[in-house]
Each structure stands twice: as structure tokens, then as C-alpha cells.
Design a protein around this ligand. Structure first.
Ligand code: ZN
Length: 264
């Protein structure tokens, strides 16, 4: 059933793509972007509320039901980078979804990439501003590391993130509490092809497929060429195994601020 679901998701993404190209400022997640260009419709006499066209709204794509489907959430940390748009293209072409945990400083460098990912229905999470070991910092500095990146994501996408990926997966109850105070759930991972050590595309594909399991959150980085190049074969291999590739929030359900995931 993974194929049917994948195709459905792909249709949804395609519709969102069309609407985004058309200058629609409403995102797939329902948030309005403050940096989206002003819409200029050719048929100015038709008001927005009077639209009778049967086209679905951007928020129409159905969320995959991971209680029924064989879901996996692939996450990409440390970007965005100059490679991220290629990754986005590969996921859209395959009708797959993913989550990007962005560093605030790079979200400021590549805001159009962050905005595009958000508008296409990818999830954008917070990976702090300067990628420090959070438990070593005092409360105020942790709060600033998180809040400044949330502001950068809001600036780029118009939407507020609900997920924090602590750098190095290094967190504590204190970090979790501060994240919770800012409305963020804490998201680690339970499997990875270790793309920081295995600097080879074929190895990343093989290990991703070997280590995948239903319900997993898988860690990679969209800052490595070998990782980005591994995406098409990894996505296809997982889909051939019946997986539906989803965002973290689609996998875990409504994220609870301050709660650590995976829970087991
Ligand atoms: Zn990182």
C-alpha cells in the first residue's frame, strides 16, 4: 500500500508546487509567509472569497496515517546548504517527505531554500543557531540559541517550528524544559547511516536501507554531497520495501513541547 500512499502524497506536493509557483502565500502547513511575494492575480475581478474553481487548497493534502502505514522519518541536520535544493527536488519527484533541522545562521544564508521546503510540505525544525553542546551552556544561552533560530525560521517561512534537534543529540532534562518553554519537542534519532563517517554514496544508501525499520527517525546531513547524492536510491529502496517517507510530526503525531522523542 506504500505505493498508493506515495502517489497520493506526490499529488499533494505537486498541487502545492503549482500553487506556490502561482505566488500563493499560504503554505502547505497552513501558515502564511511574511516574506512571500505579493500575489497578483490576472483575473483581479475575482475575489479570493468568491473563487469557485474546484482546485484544492494548499492545506488539502491528507496526512499519512502512520498507525496504518509503514512510516519512516528521514531527518537532515546542519543545513540548509547549497545542496539542499537538489535534495528537495529528489524528494518531490519521488512523492516523499522529510524533515530539515536547520541551523539559524544558515537559514539566514539560504532563506529561499527554507521557505521553499516549508511551502512544499517539508517540516522545518530548529537545530539551534551555533551548534553548541547545549547542556554545557547556562539557561539564558540555551534559550537564546533556540529562540534566535526559531526567529530565523519564522522570518524565512512565516511559520513557527515545533521541533528541536539538539546538536550532537546532546540534551538534558534542563534542555528539554527550556525547549518546552519555547513550545518545542526534543527530537533525537534512533538510526543513522553515520554519513559524517561513511563518506560514500553507495554506503549511505546501503546502510540507510539496512538500518531502516518502521517508525524510525533516521539522521543524515544535507551538508554532504555524498548524502544528497544518496537520496534518490535511498528513497526508492525504502518505497520498494513499502515505506512511506514522512515528516517527524507525521510520524509521532502532535509533538508535545518539552517531551523527548523517540520515546523508546
Ligand atoms: Zn548538527
Amino acid at each position: 500500500m506504500g505505493y498508493a500512499s506515495g502517489r497520493f502524497a506526490r499529488l499533494g506536493l505537486a498541487l502545492v508546487t503549482l500553487l506556490s509557483v502561482g505566488g500563493c502565500a499560504t503554505s502547505a502547513a497552513g501558515g502564511a509567509s511574511s516574506v512571500a511575494p505579493t500575489t497578483s492575480t490576472p483575473s483581479a475581478s475575482v475575489s479570493a472569497s468568491a473563487s469557485l474553481t474546484p482546485s484544492p487548497t494548499p492545506s488539502a493534502p491528507a496526512k499519512p496515517d502512520c498507525d496504518q502505514l509503514k512510516c519512516i522519518a528521514i531527518t537532515y541536520d546542519d543545513g540548509p546548504s547549497a545542496l539542499t535544493d537538489q535534495l528537495i527536488d529528489d524528494y518531490v519527484a519521488a512523492g516523499a517527505n522529510a524533515t530539515f533541522f536547520v541551523n539559524g545562521q544558515f537559514a539566514r544564508t539560504y532563506p529561499e531554500t527554507v521557505k521553499r521546503a516549508h511551502q512544499l510540505g517539508f517540516e522545518v525544525g530548529n537545530h539551534t543557531t551555533s551548534h553548541k553542546h547545549l547542556p554545557k551552556l547556562d539557561d539564558a544561552t540555551i534559550a537564546k540559541e533556540i529562540s534566535s533560530t526559531t526567529k530565523s525560521i519564522e522570518w524565512a517561512t512565516g511559520a513557527t517550528p515545533t521541533l528541536l534537534r539538539p546538536p550532537y543529540g546532546d540534551r538534558s532534562e534542563r534542555v528539554d524544559r527550556i525547549a518546552g518553554e519555547q513550545g518545542l519537542a526534543v527530537i533525537n534519532w534512533d538510526t543513522s547511516p553515520a554519513d559524517w563517517a561513511n563518506k560514500d554514496t553507495a554506503t549511505i544508501v546501503r546502510l540507510s536501507l539496512e538500518r531502516a525499520r518502521p517508525g524510525a527517525i533516521l539522521l543524515m546531513h544535507d551538508t554532504h554531497q555524498w548524502t544528497v547524492d544518496a537520496a534518490p536510491a535511498t528513497i526508492k529502496g525504502l518505497q520498494d520495501q513499502g515505506y512511506t517517507l514522512v515528516t517527524v510530526s507525521e510520524l509521532i503525531g502532535e509533538p508535545v513541547p518539552g517531551k523527548l522523542y523517540p520515546t523508546t
